[in-house]
Design a protein around this ligand. Structure first.
Ligand SMILES: *Cc1c(COP(=O)(O)O)cnc(C)c1O
Ligand SMILES: [Zn+2]
Length: 405
C-alpha cells in the first residue's frame, strides 16, 4: 500500500465567474481574466484516503484537523493560535418563548482574537507564508485587522492595517498590541481598500482583503465542516449568518459541497439566511430586487461594525448561495440588535457581538412570520464576542449606582 501523508489535497484555483483554472502554487488574488473571486479546488479522491470521520475524531482539536481540505502543504507553515472547534450550544431558554426546542448558537466568540476572523486569517497567513510573503496589508473595520495583526505577530511578519478613523478604539489598540503598523483613514472600509490596493502594489505587500485572495474563505469554510460534524454528519435546517463581505456564508456553503463529494453528508442543505443592519444592507436590497449584483450602499452606518460593508466583491456569490439554498435575506435595526444582545446574554450566558446578536433579532422576526418554524434546527452564527465592542454599544445596559459602605 502506498504511504499517504496527511497533507493538503489542494489542486488548483478556479474562477467563480469564468471558470478559468489558475495555478494554486503561485500567489494569486482575483481572476486575472475577469477580476472575479477565485475559489480553491481540491483533489477530493486523494483527500478521502486520509480524511475519514474516524481520523478526524482522533486528531488534535482545532480547524487544522481538516488538513486535507485546507490549502497549506507543509505543516511547518501553519500559523495557529488555537482557532476553530468552537462549541455548538443548544439555546433552549432563548428559544422557549417561541416554542423553539432546537435552536443553537455556534459560538465563534471563543476564537483567538475574539472572532471567527481568526479562522480565515490563520488560513490566509499560513498559505501566504508558504508562498513566500513577508509583508501583508488589510483594510479592516476591526476584527479582521486584529486577527491579521495577531497571526502576523505569531509568524514574525510585518502587517499593515488600514482602518476607518471611527473604528472602535479597542480594535485600534489590539492592532497596536500585536505590533501592527496602523493607518487611520477618513472614510469607510472601501476607501481603506483602495488605499491598500495602491500601497500594496507600490511596496510589494500582499493584500488580504476579503475574497481578494482565495484562502480566507477556506479558513471560514471550517465553520461549515464543524457544523456538519456537530450535527452527526448532517446539516441543520436553517443557518442565520450576519453578512458583511460574505466570506463566511460562501465558505460554509462550500464546506457542504465538499463534504457531499466526500460522501460525508447527503444532498440536503440548510436554508442560508443572510442578515444585515438596516443602516447598511446592500445584499438584502439586491436580494429583494432580484439582482445578481449588489450596488454599493450610501452612508453606511450601524453599531455592528463588521456589517458595515457598503460593497462586497463577492456579492454575486453571496446572492447565489442565498437563492440556491432557498434562503432569504433581511435587515434588523440597531435597537433590535441591542435587545437581542440582552436576551442572548441574560438567557444563555453568551455575550454576543452585535453582528452575532443580529441573527437572533432576525430569527425572532422569521419565526413570527413563519418563514422558519419552531420545530426546525436553527443555527445562529455568533461571529464574535461582545467584549470587544465600545461603550456606546452597551450604554443601554443599566447598572445600578453603588451602595454606601
Ligand atoms: C467580519 C465580521 C462579520 C462579517 O463577516 P463576513 O464573513 O465577511 O460576511 C460578522 N461578524 C463579525 C463579528 C465580524 O467581525
Ligand atoms: Zn474569471
Amino acid at each position: 500500500m502506498r504511504a499517504v501523508a496527511e497533507t493538503s489535497a489542494l489542486s488548483h484555483l478556479e474562477c467563480s465567474a469564468c471558470q478559468k483554472r489558475w495555478d494554486a502554487n503561485a500567489l494569486q488574488t482575483l481572476c486575472r481574466s475577469c477580476n472575479k473571486v477565485l475559489l480553491a479546488r481540491y483533489n477530493l479522491a486523494l483527500a478521502k484516503e486520509t480524511l475519514t470521520k474516524e481520523s478526524l475524531a482522533q486528531r488534535p482539536r482545532g480547524m487544522w484537523r481538516w488538513r486535507e481540505l485546507l490549502p497549506v502543504r507543509e505543516e511547518q507553515h501553519i500559523v495557529t493560535l488555537g482557532e476553530g472547534d468552537t462549541p455548538l450550544l443548544p439555546a433552549p431558554r432563548l428559544g422557549s418563548p417561541f416554542g423553539c426546542k432546537r435552536l443553537f448558537i455556534k459560538d465563534e466568540g471563543l476564537n483567538p482574537t475574539g472572532s471567527f476572523k481568526a479562522r480565515g486569517i490563520s488560513a490566509a497567513v499560513s498559505r501566504a507564508i508558504e508562498l513566500g510573503v513577508r509583508e501583508m496589508a488589510i483594510p479592516t473595520a476591526g476584527n479582521a485587522g486584529s486577527a491579521l495583526a495577531a497571526y502576523g505577530a505569531r509568524a514574525g511578519l510585518t502587517t499593515h492595517l488600514f482602518m476607518p478613523e471611527d473604528t472602535p478604539e479597542l480594535n485600534k489598540k489590539e492592532g497596536a498590541i500585536y505590533g501592527a503598523q496602523i493607518t487611520l483613514v477618513r472614510g469607510l472600509i472601501n476607501d481603506c481598500g483602495a488605499l491598500v490596493r495602491d500601497r500594496a502594489q507600490k511596496r510589494g505587500w500582499f493584500d488580504v482583503s476579503t475574497l481578494k485572495e482565495p484562502y480566507r474563505a477556506e479558513g471560514k469554510k471550517t465553520m461549515g465542516l464543524e457544523l456538519a460534524e456537530q450535527f452527526g454528519w448532517d446539516v441543520p435546517d436553517v443557518i442565520i449568518y450576519p453578512t458583511g463581505g460574505g466570506t463566511g456564508i460562501i465558505g460554509i456553503w462550500k464546506a457542504f459541497e465538499e463534504l457531499e463529494e466526500l460522501g460525508f453528508i447527503g444532498p440536503r442543505r440548510p436554508r442560508m439566511i443572510s442578515v444585515q443592519a438596516a443602516g447598511c444592507a446592500p445584499i438584502v436590497r439586491a436580494f429583494l430586487h432580484g439582482l445578481d449584483h449588489a450596488p454599493p450602499w450610501q452612508n453606511a452606518w450601524t453599531l455592528a461594525s463588521g456589517l458595515r460593508v457598503p460593497g462586497a466583491v463577492a456579492d454575486y456569490l453571496i446572492l447565489s448561495v442565498i437563492r440556491k439554498s432557498a434562503g432569504t435575506a433581511l435587515t434588523v435595526t440597531d435597537d433590535e440588535i441591542l435587545e437581542a444582545m440582552r436576551e442572548i446574554g441574560a438567557r444563555e450566558g453568551v455575550f454576543a457581538a452585535p453582528e452575532g446578536a443580529a441573527t437572533w433579532a432576525a430569527a425572532k422576526r422569521l419565526l413570527m412570520d413563519k418563514v422558519i418554524h419552531r420545530d426546525e434546527r436553527i443555527v445562529l452564527m455568533n461571529t464574535g464576542t461582545g467584549l470587544k465592542y465600545p461603550e456606546q454599544v452597551t450604554a443601554s445596559f443599566p447598572v445600578e449606582d453603588p451602595i454606601g459602605a
